[in-house]
Design a protein around this ligand. Structure first.
Ligand code: SAH
Ligand code: SF4
Length: 351
């Protein structure tokens, strides 16, 4: 375990302040950001236009390691599931998903998760700890370096979704720092619209998003009434749907921005006509989009996946009621990399 603070947990502004405070040039922060986040040169020896003294000082005082790739599983559809080992030996997963014109990484925000949704494989791990911002950014860096070395030296990950293990809003400070680093113009420079936070609906934390960078927000709604939601997501007992929708309504939305409601379709649980009607009643907000996710099963789970026909039927009902409604194409199912299938198996196997 490394006790030094990670260099990757510093926003550009923090790095500038740090350098100035230690009598180094402020602009060196821009150069370092360029080397790390634009050129993916993580070794300070490569930062040829910076002073040797500054580099030495920095690596003596700051950690520059990234999560270690333990295994990479590749799906027939090109999705890759990375298992990473963190500096204290904990394991997390991230998934890269290629689509025409983009490459998305689904990052983890915690080791395990405390929310305990009944349909989620990560929930079986329980909660271990929050990830530091550098460990979230580190998943991006480590996956990029691996793909550049093994697959294509020009690989560039273009989109980030916080939909791996963990509840990002229960680790908000680290998630925010990581988002700021991803957005930084002088670094990775990913646009706000290419970053999505997904939350199970922690209303008290959603209320804190008022001054958060304006990234996309996906709410894992998964039910249209409290009884069904209680059954699927125990968090609903703490923040019921009314409280959740109130919190969401307080988020100032920029023009043409939508909140996405994720709706997991579970056979005979929430795929009925009454669910369509309830959804229509509660999601009045004009700019809402519903993304249907057919439940992905995993060993030991009590729920079943609805038939394809049922999923299409459900979508048609919502389209007929003027919702924007898509069906999430499930990727990486053969390697248990699809939504809700992440669990860092090695972690459990080793214990
Ligand atoms: N904790 C956050 C983000 C991680 S989960 C959240 O819950 O939103 C990312 C998405 O995968 C969520 O929408 C979650 O509900 C969904 N998911 C979890 N288990 C799933 C499963 N077995 N099949 C399909 N989607 C699942
Ligand atoms: Fe946690 Fe999200 Fe899984 Fe629920 S669905 S247990 S919030 S990771």
């Amino acid at each position: 375990m490394n006790n030094k603070q990670s260099l990757y947990s510093l926003t550009l502004e923090e790095l500038q302040t740090l350098l100035v405070k230690n009598d180094f040039a402020k602009y060196a922060a821009d150069q370092i950001y360029h080397w790390i986040y634009k050129n993916f040169k993580l070794h300070s020896d490569d930062w040829s236009n910076t002073s040797k003294k500054m580099r030495q000082w920095l690596v003596e005082n700051y950690d520059t390691s990234i999560p270690e790739v333990v295994t990479v599983l590749e799906s027939v559809d090109g999705t890759r599931k990375f298992l990473f080992k963190l500096s204290d030996g904990e394991l997390v997963e991230a998934v890269t998903i290629p689509m025409p014109g983009r490459l998305t990484i689904c990052v983890s925000s915690q080791v395990g998760c405390a929310v305990g949704c009944k349909f989620c494989r990560t929930a079986l791990m329980g909660f271990k700890r929050n990830l530091d911002s550098s460990e979230i950014i580190g998943q991006y860096l480590s996956a990029t370096l691996w793909l550049r070395e093994k697959v294509d030296q020009n690989t560039l990950i273009t989109n980030i979704v916080y939909m791996g293990q963990g509840e990002p809003l229960l680790n908000l400070a680290n998630v925010k720092t990581s988002v700021m680093v991803f957005l930084e113009d002088k670094g990775i420079s990913i646009g706000q619209r290419r970053i999505t936070l997904s939350t199970s609906g922690i209303a008290s934390q959603i209320e804190k998003l008022i001054d958060f960078p304006s990234v996309n927000l996906a709410i894992s709604l998964h039910a249209a009434d409290d009884i069904t939601r209680d059954l699927l997501m125990p968090i609903n007992k703490k923040y019921n749907m009314e409280r959740l929708l109130d919190a969401i309504n307080q988020i100032p939305l920029k023009a043409n921005r939508r909140i996405t409601y994720e709706y997991l379709l579970v056979d005979k649980v929430n795929d009925r006509m009454v669910d369509v009607e309830n959804l229509t009643r509660i999601l009045k907000r004009k700019l809402s989009k519903i993304n249907l996710i057919p439940f992905n099963s995993f060993p030991g789970c009590e729920f079943k996946t609805p038939s394809k026909e049922k999923v299409v039927w459900f979508q048609e009902q919502l389209l007929n009621r003027d919702f924007v409604c898509t069906i999430r194409s499930s990727k990486g199912e053969d390697i248990l990399a699809a939504c809700g299938q992440l669990k860092a198996d090695h972690c459990l196997a080793n214990k």
